[in-house]
Design a protein around this ligand. Structure first.
Ligand code: HSX
Length: 209
């Protein structure tokens, strides 16, 4: 599936602030952390929980205990995903974290160079969340997914981003139909330089200068 959160005014308000060119680095980073946190929270609604019996000081009752939420691996794509991961980890506090670096070359080839890859072992019960704010041509994620798969086959493989271009989503779903995509919003299109429109500019530059 592909999920976006256009129907959430709260998330759209955060996105509006990120898009605005007058938003500075501090607020931009805070916005990314918030999106990580609240999209992570939305993600828990799609996860499996186990029923448990507990006792309140007054009587027995039923409750739930997290299953999937405790078996999460977050793969952070440097560098713009760092604040997003910070937010996600507030919801998935048990998460093991993988770090990869990826940089995209210029149009028209958009070749991806990956210089650093550190990913923990992935177990069959894991939900892997690859965090990258921007899914433009999808080239970066195709490479990252290919790497991630070398470390094991998870229960779910999720790509979590802020903005995606339709082209990028199609390429990822075309190559890996099993991958689920969670983005704040799907934007209109890519320009010739591979930038998402209307977009928010270069997320790494805006967050880190
Ligand atoms: C930006 O470009 C983002 O943070 C991603 O890592 C990448 C997305 O571009 P693409 O590979 O989807 O075209 O730095």
């Amino acid at each position: 599936g592909v999920y976006s959160f256009e129907d959430s005014p709260f998330l759209m308000e955060i996105l509006t602030e990120l898009r605005n060119k007058h938003t500075g680095a501090i607020e931009f980073r805070k916005g990314l952390v918030k999106l990580g946190r609240y999209m992570g929270y939305e993600l828990t609604k799609t996860m499996d929980f186990e029923k448990v019996e507990i006792e309140t000081p007054l009587e027995k009752t039923e409750g739930i205990i997290a299953k999937d939420r405790k078996n999460v691996v977050i793969v952070t794509v440097l560098r713009a995903a760092i604040p997003l991961m910070e937010g996600l980890i507030k919801v998935f506090e048990h998460a093991r974290v993988g770090i990869v670096s990826a940089s995209r070359g210029k149009a028209p080839k958009f070749e991806i160079e990956m210089n650093y890859i550190k990913i923990p072992e992935i177990k069959p019960e894991d939900t892997v969340i690859i965090a990258d704010p921007m899914i433009a041509t999808g080239s970066t994620l195709l490479k990252v997914i290919e790497e991630v798969k070398k470390y094991g086959t998870p229960k779910r493989l999720i790509v979590l981003g802020v903005l995606a271009a339709p082209e990028g989503i199609s390429r990822i779903k075309g190559a890996y139909p099993e991958v689920e995509v969670f983005v704040t919003k799907i934007d209109r299109e890519l320009n010739d330089h591979g930038y998402i429109l209307p977009g928010l500019g270069d997320a790494g530059d805006r967050a880190f200068g």
